[in-house]
Design a protein around this ligand. Structure first.
Ligand code: DGJ
Length: 730
């Protein structure tokens, strides 16, 4: 891995074993994007950029050089106003009312390692040798604006990260109107765009469509990254599929309003850009102040979507997630939400935990309803005091009893919220996000606490700290159940109101940093009505997310498959729930539900006391099996075989890094009359190894399993599944 600079032609070449990324300073001033793709050798890099006069409608900013227009120059961080009419990467309003700025190259720095981004989550290195960083410093001397474009290339990953820092070195107050994290121009637009979109209980469904002239935008204006669109897009070569072809993935390490654009304009080129959504955003930069954008992670794959996903998986699992649980297997849990909702007492909780102990469950999670007067969802958020009516002997006593059964104890919080019917709201009605003299729109009868305010953050952190310190709690489910409205802060002056949404996210990150550092032995799981904030920003603080509120095994096939496009299995919470399923009212077998949930952080979310003897026996086996394959499932490499978005079947295989073990999961939704015979061609195994397969006689060569396939038979009826565990024959 190297980042080199060739001064005569102003060429920067960022190169590792998987890719090259080339930037050239045009006229020694303007950073142009030259190339990103498979590794190429230096030598003729300067011949790549082509210049051609277009027409007077693409004006020429460099005097007497009609071959250059910013409208046609592929750029690294483009501005609006000086001949580029495409999506700009940034825009700054000046005190004189103008929004014209011009950044030009000033200097650069290349160094080993990767710096942390102040106040923001980001990927990281543990040793300097793991990455190299280029900082390209641009300036607009007329207003004293310095902009630092940071690029970090990882040694062992086909990944590059980008972020931008704005520094006001002048004497006037500047106002950022947009400050994206990255922008880059492809020389052609022969791509499809892939996005992960959906809604609550239908998150991260794969959508693929062709780029066409004009702009496609994937964005959130909801104040969080959202169920509707994940902060991710990929450009795929037209012929690229799961296992072949060039794919470029862009993922934003951010949990708030984001925008990702793919624009085809005007000469067949394509521009991709990504960052904080400029919609309803601005940021005042007073003299001496800095603004740091979130990080965009860019992955290149010549081996299709599958390779792209595995690059994201490994990078995010090992160099985004942090803390004690990053490399630790996660406990099998039972959560009482779908078992009891708000109607429980200490005896009920103990009975579920006790049933869990018999089955092999390791952790009991007490969900919503244990605090204030929370008998339904219209009150008490913010009153983080145990409800003695439900738990008369307090939390400590309940935790001790559950611990006494040999289970660990986890607790649900929704710390960012406040119910209008709460003591906290009665004391501090201005602590929620709101705008003076306007209605406060409620969602699930709750408002959002203004985490941009330090006093609010401190008060909530204190309450959570007290509860977490009051008993041996080893797991926290951090929920967040509505999107923002009337986004305004009583703590900010009028000219900074449009900073509220981003300041909220920065405040949230600060609270998470504090609590996760103070309680390093607690496994934090993030949740936002399931997957409403399943994003890399949250994963930096909490190494796993409740994937979706939809626990139906069939719906989960698409949700978990779509989620796996970017996020590793170790980040996905996945539970067996009751039938008929509470979200879609479908009946599926306990086996099917277990088999789907096993491709994630496994657990149960139903009343374990209601199992029949026969069901108990199945569950005991499921849990024992999961415990056996857990390191493989949570830390193995995932190869997708059959997509639920393309047919009736879904399949994937998870392979250990040394390829000595694998788990193959196959699911068929509906029975088909007289269907073709079926073999699953496995991927990711070592063709030279021989494998034993659970439930099958004989030894199977890896090449046989990969090229001839594993026979699938004996399925009867709808909603069928198979799980095979492979281990290398010693
Ligand atoms: C939404 C979560 O996603 C559910 O799992 C549950 O915790 C409820 N909130 C509780 O209100």
């Amino acid at each position: 891995m190297t980042i080199s600079f060739e001064p005569t032609q102003g060429l920067f070449h960022l190169q590792n074993k998987q890719m090259s990324y080339v930037i050239q300073l045009v006229h020694a001033l303007y950073p142009a994007h030259v190339y990103w793709g498979r590794p190429i050798r230096s030598g003729q890099l300067a011949s790549i950029l082509q210049y051609q006069e277009r027409c007077s409608f693409s004006p020429n900013p460099i005097a007497h050089d009609r071959n250059i227009s910013f409208d046609t120059l592929p750029q690294e961080y483009p501005a609006y106003g000086t001949s580029d009419y495409r999506e700009p990467a940034y825009q700054v309003a000046l005190p004189n009312g103008s929004t014209i700025t011009e950044l030009v190259y000033d200097k650069h720095r290349i160094y080993k390692g990767k710096p942390q981004l102040e106040g923001l989550p980001s990927t990281y290195v543990e040793h300097e040798e793991e990455a190299e960083t280029l900082e390209l410093e641009l300036q607009d001397a007329a207003i004293g604006l310095r902009v630092i474009l940071s690029y970090t290339l990882f040694e062992g990953h086909a990944a590059l990260t980008r972020s931008v820092r704005f520094i006001n070195e002048g004497s006037a107050v500047l106002k950022l109107l947009r400050a994206l994290s990255m922008s880059l121009d492809y020389s052609h637009s022969d791509f499809d765009l892939l996005q992960l979109s959906g809604s609550w209980v239908r998150e991260r469904h794969i959508e693929r469509r062709a780029l066409a002239p004009g702009k496609l935008t994937v964005e959130s204006r909801r104040g969080s990254s959202s169920h509707q669109h994940n902060p991710f897009i990929a450009l795929l070569a037209k012929d690229a599929g799961e296992d072949h072809g060039d794919v470029y993935g862009f993922s934003l390490v951010y949990s708030g309003n984001f925008a990702a654009h793919a624009e085809v304009e005007p000469y067949g080129t394509a521009r991709v850009s990504m960052g904080i959504n400029p919609f309803d955003f601005s940021w005042l930069l007073t003299p001496g102040e800095q603004f740091q954008t979130p990080e965009a992670v860019m992955v290149f794959s010549h081996g299709g979507l599958g390779d792209m996903s595995r690059t994201f998986h490994k990078l995010y699992r090992t160099r985004l997630c942090r803390g004690e649980f990053r490399d630790r297997t996660r406990p099998v849990l039972v959560n009482n939400w779908e078992a009891t909702y708000f109607q429980f007492n200490a005896e009920k909780i103990e009975s579920i935990a006790s049933a869990g102990r018999e089955l092999g469950v390791e952790l009991f999670v007490l969900d919503d309803g244990w605090f204030g007067k929370r008998d339904n969802d219209d009150r008490s958020l913010g009153d983080w005091v145990v409800d003695k009516a439900k738990l008369p002997n307090g939390l400590e006593d309940l935790v001790a009893r559950v611990n006494g059964m040999g289970l660990e104890f986890g607790l649900w919080f929704e710390p960012e919220m406040i119910s209008p019917d709460s003591d906290l709201y009665r004391q501090h009605p201005d602590w929620c996000l709101h705008v003076p003299k306007r209605r406060r729109t409620e969602g699930r009868q709750q408002l959002i606490l203004d985490f941009s305010r330090e006093d609010v953050r401190e008060a909530i952190t204190g309450m959570i700290r007290d509860i977490l310190g009051s008993a041996p709690i080893t797991y926290v489910k951090w929920d967040m159940n509505r999107n923002m409205t009337e986004i305004g802060s009583a703590g900010l002056p009028p000219e900074r109101q449009r900073e509220t949404a981003h300041r909220y996210i920065l405040g949230l990150y600060q609270v998470l940093e504090t609590l996760t550092s103070e309680f390093p032995h607690i496994l934090f799981e993030s949740c936002s009505g399931g997957g409403g904030r399943f994003d890399p920003g949250m994963l930096y603080y909490m190494p796993q997310t409740w994937t979706s509120d939809n626990t139906d095994a069939i719906s989960r096939l698409k949700i978990q498959y779509g989620t796996s496009i970017v996020y590793p299995v170790s980040t996905m919470g996945s539970h067996v729930s009751a039938v008929p399923n509470h979200q879609v009212h479908r009946e599926t077998s306990l086996k099917m539900r277990g088999d789907v949930a096993m491709s994630g952080n496994f657990g149960y979310e139903l009343d374990l006391t209601k199992f029949t003897e026969e069901e108990k026996a199945i569950v005991i086996e499921q849990i024992a099996q999961y415990k056996q394959i857990r390191p493989l499932v949570q830390f193995g490499e995932m190869y997708r075989l059959l997509s639920p978005f393309e047919g009736n079947e879904t399949a994937w295989v998870i392979v250990s890094e040394d390829k000595t073990e694998a788990m193959v999961a196959y699911f068929r939704v509906l029975a088909e009359p007289n269907a073709p015979l079926k073999w699953l061609r496995l991927k990711g195994l070592n063709p030279a190894y021989d494998y034993e397969i659970s439930g099958l006689e004989g030894i199977y060569p890896g090449d046989h399993l990969m090229y001839a396939g594993l026979a699938v038979s004996g399925l009867q009826g709808d909603f069928q599944s198979k799980l095979w565990v492979l281990s290398r024959k010693a």
